[in-house]
Design a protein around this ligand. Structure first.
Ligand code: GDG
Length: 493
């Protein structure tokens, strides 16, 4: 890998996230004995950041979950990782069931997640959950302070930790640099002000020296929230600088990328025979075309809207019945929360209806795959599918769209992408754009994708792949750490 931020010396970087990069699990073997296995980081941020942390020998603080996690760490929750070749410290933080219910399934995912995605109907503001959210943020902040040295760079991840930066800031000197990457959208001020805790959330985040969002619109929204809702804050929109309480916070867009080279290699290594086996396993005829969707089962991903567009297409244009099957790779997510159970039920109902309405003895219109697939199988699915449908109603970035592009080593797949996903900002001019709420236009877009001539598919795919490779996860990390260097007064390299 290439060098990142040469001015960062060893032991200075502290990453703080809800999810940990290595998770231990007990597993029963054939003889009924239990052994401990470790889950490696897969995909997205953890996979991109893990090699950087290995080089920098830093510390990663995260929620440690379950008995096997406890049994693999020392008394203080410390573990050197990767387990077989220790390079940096994983500091696990223990939470009670009540903490997890209040902080994670409560305030994070019933208040902040729907609020930031403008799903106001799913938003609950519960003051007890808020207290638990703040208390858990305090626990994270205390752990950070335990590990902080004079020149630490402390990097918070995401919406689970909005209060922690200010809690850390108020107890350490200004030599430490605190940054935060917010992985989901930031809502416009008119929506955000509905949150009873808006003031504390903004003040928590203003403990950071730098806040990153995926796209400039979220930065703009955040700056407007600060200007409107925080007293005595000066906002400069052009530079993204906020002055408050004698300190400065910079807000900047860092559109996240994927590990494009690894995805390319993985999809190259998947033989055509694997694809035939996959089709056999799921009862798909060998000459049937496949249209693909890959999502967590989340109400922000626009899955019912996508299924309705497909239903509309098969109803209005029967010539497409039997031409392709839609494969929905949908992993269950946050099932403890009623809105997620409702979404799962709704998706199943629509799929059953479509299959009953159009299916025949030798063709099933929609197939649902619930199990988590290994990374290389997923890359194979991306590579050999004819079309991918990515139709969120709102999405911070959406990495599936970029992963699909990076897997198109034969340059023949077509991506239909929602205008409401962050990734549309970069990929928009080479995909088929869609407003997922407009069922007829959505159906037209799917038809356009399945009928696109080969020359146009190749042309678009090459352009998309270039964008995704030029703006991969390493470019993102570089960009972020370069900005940290500049703001700390180093020129970096
Ligand atoms: C949040 C923001 C932002 C899915 N199924 C399987 C599997 N996946 C992997 C995908 C992809 C990841 O899950 C999903 O990432 P997304 O970006 O699409 O969506 P969120 O989970 O909502 O992520 C989002 C992201 O944070 C990063 O900032 O882009 O906007 O909402 O990597 O590949 N991976 C495997 N098997 C599966 O079955 N191995």
């Amino acid at each position: 890998g290439s060098e990142i931020a040469t001015s960062l010396s060893n032991d200075t970087v502290i990453v703080v996230s809800n999810r940990q990069p290595y998770r231990h699990r007990y597993q029963q073997n054939g003889e009924g004995e239990s052994t401990i296995t470790v889950d490696r980081p897969t995909g997205g941020l953890t996979a991109g950041l893990d090699p950087v942390m290995q080089r920098l020998n830093g510390t990663w603080i995260a929620w440690g979950d379950g008995g096997a996690d406890r049994d693999t760490t020392d008394e203080d929750g410390k573990l050197s990782v990767p387990p077989e070749d220790p390079q940096y410290t994983l500091q696990r933080l223990w939470l009670s069931d009540s903490d997890v219910n209040g902080y994670y399934y409560g305030y994070s995912n019933r208040a902040l997640w729907p609020l930031c995605h403008l799903a106001m109907g799913n938003t609950e503001f519960d003051s007890e959950q808020w207290r638990q959210y703040r208390a858990v943020n305090r626990k994270f902040a205390d752990q950070v302070l335990e590990h902080t040295t004079d020149d630490s760079v402390i990097w918070f991840q995401d919406y689970h930790l909005a209060c922690a930066p200010q809690l850390v800031r108020s107890q350490c000197s200004s030599d430490q640099f605190i940054l935060h990457f917010w992985h989901i959208p930031w809502p416009p001020v008119d929506a955000f002000r509905a949150c009873p805790q808006h003031q504390e959330l903004l003040e928590g985040l203003l403990g950071n020296d730098l806040i990153g969002f995926h796209v400039s619109q979220y930065c703009q929204n955040f700056l407007e929230c600060v200007e409107t809702l925080v007293e005595h804050a000066d906002v400069d929109y052009d530079s993204g600088r906020i002055c408050h309480g004698g300190r400065e916070t910079v807000v900047k867009a860092f559109p996240m990328g994927v590990d494009a080279d690894t995805i390319k290699r993985q999809s190259t290594n998947v033989p055509e025979s694997m694809w035939q086996e996959f089709k056999n396993e799921f009862g798909l005829a060998s000459d049937l075309r496949v249209v693909l969707g890959v999502d967590r089962l989340d109400y922000t991903k626009g899955i019912p809207e996508r299924l309705q567009a497909l239903e509309h297409l098969w109803a209005e244009r029967p010539e497409w019945r039997g031409d392709f099957t839609y494969v929905q790779k949908g992993s269950e997510s946050r099932s403890e929360i009623p809105a997620y159970q409702q979404l799962q039920d709704r998706v199943s109902t629509i799929i059953d209806r479509i299959n009953a309405r159009f299916g025949s003895d030798d063709w099933q219109p929609v197939i649902m795959i619930g199990e988590k697939l290994p990374r290389d199988t997923l890359c194979g699915l991306y590579r050999y599918s004819d079309v991918a449908l990515v139709s969120p109603l709102r999405d911070g970035m959406n990495l599936v769209a970029q992963e699909y592009v990076a897997s198109q080593i034969d340059d023949d797949g077509v991506l239909v992408l929602s205008e409401l996903a962050g990734s549309h900002e970069r990929l928009g001019d080479a995909v088929i754009s869609v407003n997922p709420y407009d069922t007829e236009a959505h159906a037209d877009a799917i038809e356009q994708a399945i009928t696109m001539p080969e020359a146009e598919r190749r042309h678009r795919s090459r352009r998309l792949r270039r964008k995704v490779h030029n703006n991969d996860i390493n470019a993102w990390l570089h960009d972020m750490f370069d900005t940290v260097d500049q703001l700390r007064g180093n020129t970096g390299s």
